[in-house]
Ligand binder design. Structure first.
Ligand SMILES: [Zn+2]
Ligand SMILES: [Zn+2]
Length: 445
């Protein structure tokens, strides 16, 4: 009797221990398998697993050239991100089929939907306005990436360039539901047959997996597996951080080159109206980032920003959401060489040629430009604006380039009031001595 009593619990523990060991071995081998594509980029990417989730850490900067080829640019640049520790990327080690799979056609316009083998997130190819195909719109570089509002580099299509390291046998990415995303062929190089609307299918050996395609949806077009959606994005996922305020679109600019002489030091080259500009920038040891903007004549302006920590602003493209509040005071310096806008346009604005720009002179041009575009209506229709002949004064040009920011309540219409308020906000910033006119040093670049 005593013997049995002693033996019984030991037997139980023994069994439980064996089961735990088997589970942990299975977890390990699944984690091993999942880690293979990431291991090809082990100098930049670290992975770990807790048996439930798989975690991917990186600094968000890929090894390949970035940004070159973009023709629709918002003036963001790639800055290193801190995707480590509790801010790492994650997905379930064992994907679970969803009862009701969610399409990315009308969901997940914020944040990433997959993580590439090199530790760079992949976002929905449709951007946060819910309709623009970022690839077709010229927003992506030669490898399918660009920088978001957090100066965070990410892809919007499958980065097939990684197949140089991966071959076809390894996935190029994992969707955030835990299913692998392979390239344009099956791992053995044979052609892909019968994909579902999410670019996925099941095959012997691999089970369910997604594929990259050259047309929409380019990557996983939704989630076959379970994910949790919070505020329009897969949750949890890391935050990106940029120390500088959001920047505005620079229409007509084409990014022609991007180089990095050493980690943390970058140079972006773009052309605009046939002239060449450079943005040189460096991430410094003291958590500052210094920018140098070089104009076609070699003139330089500099800006410096300090990281505050704690994820000052979300990355990705999220603040572009039409319903999202736009940060204040964003009208700042206009595109190109970053002389204050009023300095560049002082001559045009100084109607009475007294060498000073008064508030009245600016407001009168605002009214004139508004009248020219509104055509007797009470507001300017933002969608029709690009086709209207440009009103030939400084503000007329400004309104065309900055229509989105001028439409402060994002209703697709610009009122005279909105124009005057925005211009006055810029004016007050430039009017350093607050005397209601721009003169002397206030008009020097
Ligand atoms: Zn993006
Ligand atoms: Zn397949």
């Amino acid at each position: 009797m005593m013997k049995t009593n002693l033996l019984f619990p030991i037997g139980l523990f023994g069994l439980a221990g064996a089961v735990a060991a088997i589970q942990s071995n299975a977890g390990e081998s699944r984690a091993n398998e999942v880690s293979k594509p990431f291991a090809k980029f082990s100098s930049k990417v670290k992975t770990r697993s807790d048996g439930k989730n798989f975690y991917v850490e990186s600094n968000g900067i890929p090894d390949h050239r970035m940004m070159a080829g973009i023709t629709a640019w918002q003036q963001q640049v790639p800055l290193p991100q801190n995707y480590t520790g509790s801010n790492a990327w994650q997905f379930p080690l064992y994907p679970v089929e969803a009862k009701e799979p969610i399409s990315a056609k009308d969901h997940f316009f914020r944040g990433a939907i997959a993580i590439a083998a090199n530790g760079i997130p992949i976002f929905n190819p449709i951007k946060n306005d819910g309709r623009t195909d970022t690839f077709l719109a010229g927003e992506l570089d030669e490898f399918g990436g660009h920088s978001g509002r957090g100066d965070d580099y990410h892809y919007h299509i499958a980065p097939l360039v990684l197949q140089k390291e991966l071959g076809t046998s390894l996935p190029v990415a994992y969707a955030l539901d835990g299913y692998a995303i392979y390239g344009l062929t099956e791992p053995d190089g044979t052609s892909v047959k019968s994909l579902d609307s999410f670019n996925g299918h099941s095959t012997n050996g691999l089970g369910y997996h997604y594929h990259a395609t050259k047309k929409y949806p380019y990557i996983n077009g939704g989630f076959h597996g379970q994910v949790s959606e919070v505020d329009g994005q897969v949750d949890p996922q890391p935050r990106a951080e940029s120390p500088r305020p959001a920047t505005a679109p620079l229409r007509g600019a084409k990014i022609t080159d991007f180089t990095s002489s050493k980690p943390g030091t970058y140079s972006l080259t773009y052309s605009l109206d046939g002239e060449v500009y450079k943005v040189n920038y460096a991430v410094n040891g003291d958590r500052t980032v210094s920018f140098e903007f070089v104009d076609p004549k070699g003139g330089k302006t500099t800006e410096s920003y300090r990281y505050r920590g704690g994820g000052r602003r979300g990355g990705g493209d999220q603040p572009e959401r039409p319903q999202g509040g736009r940060p204040q005071g964003q009208l700042g310096p206009p595109p190109g060489p970053r002389k204050p806008w009023f300095v560049d346009h002082a001559k045009e604005l100084d109607a009475n040629k007294d060498g000073e720009v008064s508030k009245e002179e600016v407001i009168s041009q605002c009214k004139e430009a508004f009248k020219g575009y509104a055509n007797g209506e009470s507001s300017i229709d933002v969608t029709k604006l690009p086709d209207l002949p440009t009103v030939r004064n400084a503000i007329g040009g400004f309104i065309k380039v900055h229509s989105k920011e001028l439409d402060r309540n994002s209703d697709g219409k610009i009122t005279e009031q909105e124009i005057i308020e925005s211009m006055m906000r810029m004016f007050d910033k430039q009017d350093k001595n607050h005397d209601g006119k721009l003169s002397g040093s206030e008009l020097e670049g």
